[in-house]
Design a protein around this ligand. Structure first.
Ligand code: OAD
Length: 296
C-alpha cells in the first residue's frame, strides 16, 4: 500500500501529537532561490560542489574554496526566509516538544524566528567563521559582512538578471586571490579563518549530537517530518530510522517522487514545494499564513 497523501488526515495527526522531530535539507530553501546540492544546482564553475566542501580542498586551494563559500554566503544573505521556514518556526513556538534538525547552513531558519533551543544546525552556519587550526577554538559567529573580506569582493557582486555571472563561468579565469589577503585568525594569529560549516570527512559537533540523542531517547516520537532533503548524508539521514524506532509516523515533503520510496501505508508523502505545503499541513496548529509568512 502506498503512503497516505491526505492533508486533512495529517492535520488531525499533528494536532494530537506531542513529540515531533523534523529533518530539513536544501529543498526547504529552494523557494528562497538558493540552489540545492544535488540535481538542478549542478556544477559550480567546473567543480562538483561536494568536492569543494572538504578540508583537503581548503588545504589545497583556500582561495578557491573561499570564493565558493563567499558566493553561497552572498546568495544566502540576499535571500529571504520563505513560508516553509516561517511555518516551521511557528510550529516550534506552538509545540512544546518539537525539535528541528536542519542540514542547511544558510541562516534562513534563524532569520525566520525559529526558537534557537528548538533548532539544531547540523552542518553549522555559513555566517560563522572559524579558525582552520586544529588547536585553536576561535569562532566569529553570525558575521554579516558581505563580502566577508575585501579580497572576496568578486563573489559578492550582483549582475542584471539574465547576465552570466563571470565568477560562475568556468571559461572566465577565477579571480586571483592571495592567501595573505584571506581572513586570518585574530586569536592564534597563524591560522586562516574558514567557513563555520561541517565539511565532508569532518565530525559534527559532539555536544549537539548528544543533545539530539537525548531528545530522541526521551520518549516515543509521534511524527518524523522529512523536508526537502535527499537524505543521503549521514548522520543526518539516520535520524529518520531513529525516529521510526521511537514509533514515529514519517511524513516526507519533497517534489521528487523517489524521496517517498520506502514509506509504508501509515506514513505520509506530500509531493511538492515545501514553502507551499508546510503552511497548509500545519494550519490546524499554527493558523492561516499570508503569502509573506505572517500568521493571519
Ligand atoms: P540535496 O541537494 O542533496 O537534496 C535536496 C532535496 O530537496 C532533493 O531531494 C530535492 O528533490 C528536494 N527539493 C528540491 N526543491 C524542493 C522544494 N521546493 N521543496 C522541497 N524539496 C525540494 O540537499 P540536502 O539533502 O540538504 O552537506 O543535502 C545534504 C547535505 O549534503 C548538505 O547539507 C551538504 C551536502 O553535501 C555538507 O555540506 C556537509
Amino acid at each position: 500500500m502506498p503512503p497516505r497523501t491526505s492533508i486533512e488526515e495529517f492535520r488531525e495527526l499533528l494536532k494530537s501529537s506531542n513529540r515531533v522531530l523534523a529533518l530539513c535539507g536544501a529543498g526547504l530553501s529552494a523557494a528562497s532561490g538558493l540552489p540545492t546540492f544535488r540535481g538542478a544546482g549542478g556544477l559550480w564553475r567546473n567543480h562538483e560542489p561536494t568536492s569543494l566542501a572538504t578540508p583537503t580542498a581548503f588545504k589545497r586551494d583556500p582561495a578557491l574554496v573561499w570564493l565558493f563559500y563567499a558566493w553561497r554566503r552572498h546568495m544566502a544573505l540576499k535571500a529571504n526566509p520563505n513560508r516553509g521556514h516561517y511555518a516551521l518556526a511557528e510550529l516550534a513556538k506552538k509545540k512544546d516538544d518539537f525539535l528541528c534538525l536542519t542540514q542547511n547552513v544558510d541562516g534562513l531558519s534563524p532569520r525566520a524566528g525559529h526558537p534557537e533551543a528548538k533548532l539544531k544546525l547540523l552542518h553549522g552556519s555559513i555566517l560563522d567563521n572559524k579558525c582552520f587550526n586544529d588547536n585553536c577554538d576561535y569562532i566569529d559567529r553570525n558575521n554579516l559582512s558581505d563580502p566577508v573580506c575585501p579580497a572576496l569582493a568578486p563573489a559578492a557582486e550582483d549582475y542584471p538578471p539574465g547576465q552570466t555571472i563571470p565568477l560562475l563561468d568556468p571559461y572566465v579565469p577565477a579571480p586571483s586571490i592571495k592567501v595573505e589577503d584571506l581572513l586570518h585568525c585574530p586569536q592564534c594569529k597563524t591560522g586562516l579563518l574558514r567557513p563555520g560549516v561541517v565539511w565532508f570527512n569532518e565530525p559534527l559537533d559532539k555536544q549537539m549530537l548528544a543533545d539530539i540523542d537525548n531528545w530522541i531517547l526521551q520518549g516515543p516520537i509521534d511524527i518524523m517530518l522529512v523536508v526537502g532533503t535527499a537524505a543521503v548524508v549521514f548522520p543526518a539521514a539516520g535520524y529518520t530510522q531513529q525516529a521510526i524506532d521511537q514509533g514515529a509516523i514519517v511524513a516526507v515533503v519533497n517534489p521528487d517522487p523517489e524521496s517517498g520510496e520506502g514509506l509504508i501505508d501509515e506514513d505520509f508523502f506530500f509531493q511538492g514545494d515545501a514553502s507551499e505545503l508546510l503552511p497548509k499541513l500545519f494550519e490546524g496548529v499554527i493558523g492561516k499564513m499570508d503569502e509573506h509568512g505572517k500568521i493571519l
